[in-house]
Design a protein around this ligand. Structure first.
Ligand code: ES4
Ligand code: ZN
Length: 319
């Protein structure tokens, strides 16, 4: 599916394909507890968000140098361009790297090497969104925001990800206030595995402009009505929801009902190396399995630009 589109929910660490993981492991002298790429792919049978996160964090051990991060981002941009992506707002997880002794500067400078030439090389404009790990402390998030100080000219916004249940948005009130004071845009994962109240908190306490996933809003009709009224975009990730068992099967995905309700939905890939497809594959899957027609697919592609952080003139050029 090559409709021009923006990707707004993409964890760059979740684009690490098994082949690149082994290549980087060899380059950096890191040993992986899997015999080969097939054995690694065998491990991609997730029960829930946590079982995925365990593998996601484990494989990050191979990412050590600026060049590694540049190669990772460039591999993603190459694949994304082939599926019609014109703009990406890319998440990264600094704490998953700084906790292993890889400096914030290595991560940002490395990603930037790929991003700064992306328009020219791939025809894709880019933004970077730094996510806080919600299963780490609020103090650690605040320290991460401080460590990002020298790089804020390259960082558009902050997000919140990792294990959701038991880590409500309110835990990060102060760090989001500090981020807003620095002029950063705000998004957060909410309502993936967590309850609808976490979506409300992300809006009211963290001041987010966009909700990542937001799937479980469908359990609360008053919340749906609010999201429609306030035109709050949701960044849905259908193949991710299937693999992490947030929905039983793709055929049960509420995307059609969400569009019918008037929600500003977008379709994204989340962690494409792990969940069986890039954003075009997600579009193809919902077209085939949910029977979305041409008009709905165009609406989803249009929504992705509307919901982006592009300025109006940039948006027109990207579409
Ligand atoms: C994630 Cl699917 C998902 N949910 C929450 N946090 C994440 N980090 C990477 N992928
Ligand atoms: Zn995500």
């Amino acid at each position: 599916m090559s409709l021009p589109k923006a990707e707004l929910h993409l964890h760059i660490e979740g684009t690490l394909e098994p082949e690149l993981a082994f290549e980087l492991a060899a380059r950096n002298g890191v040993s992986l507890p899997y015999a080969d790429t097939d054995a690694l792919r065998e491990a991609y049978r997730f029960e829930d968000l946590q079982s995925f996160l365990n593998l996601y964090y484990e494989l990050m051990a191979v990412l050590r140098t600026e060049r590694d991060f540049a190669d990772l981002a460039d591999a993603y941009l190459t694949r994304a361009a082939a599926q019609g992506v014109r703009h990406v707002e890319m998440f990264f997880d600094p704490q998953a790297h700084t906790a292993r002794g890889v400096a914030m500067g290595t991560v940002v400078e490395g990603l930037w090497r790929a991003l700064e030439k992306s328009e020219e090389t791939h025809g894709i404009s880019t933004r970077l969104i730094m996510c806080f790990l919600r299963d780490e402390s609020a103090a650690s998030a605040m320290e991460t925001l401080r460590a990002a100080g020298p790089y804020l000219d390259r960082i558009t916004g902050v997000g919140l990800d990792s294990a959701e249940v038991g880590h409500p948005p309110v835990k990060f009130r102060e760090v989001y206030e500090a981020a807003a004071a620095l002029g950063l845009r705000r998004v957060a994962h909410a309502g993936e595995e967590g309850p609808p109240e976490y979506i409300t908190q992300a809006l009211d306490v963290l001041g987010v402009e966009r909700v990542d996933h937001g799937l479980r809003c469908m359990e609360d009709p008053a919340l749906v009505e609010r999201l429609v009224r306030e035109r709050i975009p949701l960044t849905l990730c259908p193949l991710s929801n299937v693999r992490l068992r947030t929905v039983d099967t793709l055929a049960d995905h509420p995307l059609p009902a969400m569009l019918d309700a008037g929600l500003l939905c977008t379709v994204n890939s989340d962690d494409p190396a792990y969940f069986g497809g890039y954003v075009g594959d997600n579009f193809d899957a919902v077209r085939r399995t949910l029977g979305l027609g041409e008009e709905r697919l165009r609406e989803l592609a249009r929504n992705s630009f509307t919901a982006s952080f592009l300025e109006d003139d940039e948006e027109r050029r990207a579409r």
